[in-house]
Design a protein around this ligand. Structure first.
Ligand code: OAD
Length: 249
């Protein structure tokens, strides 16, 4: 896919910037082949609605089912690689103040070399006890079964996925840091998000109110497109490397 905008306007916006904050969504990982909720729903999982699995009620009702589903998603993410967009962002941060935050629960930014990534919706790889909150590292297994008993914590609680479920509050520290990064941005780049899930979708508005230039990278128009100063109708793995190349060469 080509880039539909003259990069000159992007370079002119980024050149004088001290801080560039980047918020990514599911589209960032699309070219890595990370399955969305629906893609996971094949074979054994076709009969389950992802929107009901990613809820506290599902966990209370059938923790073994929910744990197995997240084990499958962890295994599917582990089986793919970061794409050129992830890698370009990580490389850019070695020569500029690039602050990455993501709505994604995969670890592809980290595996591409980005550090201090803020996960506003948690992470598949940061499990915790559902009772005392103790952190646990999940092992990655891909048993083709729809029930796996979650590990038990020493306190008697169950180890749950460290992701934000529908109806749950965002991790306070993560969202506070994300807000600070939005306020600190001279340029705020939105990559691969439909911008429909708040409060994360409010971050570009915070950046704009603080005077940032907003750039959107998305092959399609979104609910946030009108709030952006520059929209690049291209994909993450094509547009980000082109922008980094134009800004650093
Ligand atoms: P969505 O699936 O809502 O939107 C993905 C966006 O990526 C769409 O706007 C696509 O046009 C765009 N897109 C697709 N392929 C792309 C590519 N190769 N490069 C760039 N963009 C591409 O995903 P999110 O906006 O991330 O919340 O969804 C936000 C939240 O909704 C998720 O974090 C999740 C979900 O409920 C929780 O899990 C709490």
């Amino acid at each position: 896919m080509s880039i539909s905008v003259d990069l000159r306007s992007v370079v002119d916006a980024i050149a004088p910037a001290r801080t560039v904050t980047v918020l990514t969504g599911a589209g960032m990982s699309a070219e890595s082949g990370v399955p969305t909720f629906r893609d996971v729903q094949t074979g054994l999982w076709a009969r389950y609605d992802p929107m009901t699995l990613a809820t506290p009620e599902a966990w209370d009702d059938d923790p073994a089912l929910v744990w197995a589903w997240y084990q499958r998603r962890r295994a599917m993410v582990t089986a793919v690689e970061p794409n050129d967009g992830h890698r370009a962002l990580a490389g850019w941060a070695r020569s500029a103040d690039i602050r990455v935050m993501t709505q994604n629960v995969d670890d592809l930014h980290e595996r591409a070399g980005s550090t201090e990534v803020v996960h506003v919706h948690g992470s598949l790889f940061a499990c915790r006890c559902d009772t005392c909150g103790r952190a646990y590292e999940p092992e990655v297994v891909d048993l083709d079964t729809d029930r796996i008993d979650p590990p038990e914590c020493d306190c008697g609680g169950l180890v749950r996925p460290g992701v934000v479920w529908f109806g749950e509050a965002l991790p306070q520290n993560a969202f506070a840091e994300a807000t600070a990064r939005a306020e600190a941005a001279d340029v705020f780049v939105l990559v691969g998000t439909s911008g429909v899930v708040y409060p994360a979708a409010g971050l570009p508005h915070i950046a704009r109110a603080a005077g940032a230039t907003i750039i959107e990278i998305n092959p399609h128009e979104t609910d946030l497109s009108d709030a952006c100063d520059i929209t690049i109708r291209s994909t993450a793995a094509v547009a980000i490397p082109a922008i980094v190349d134009a800004c650093t060469s």
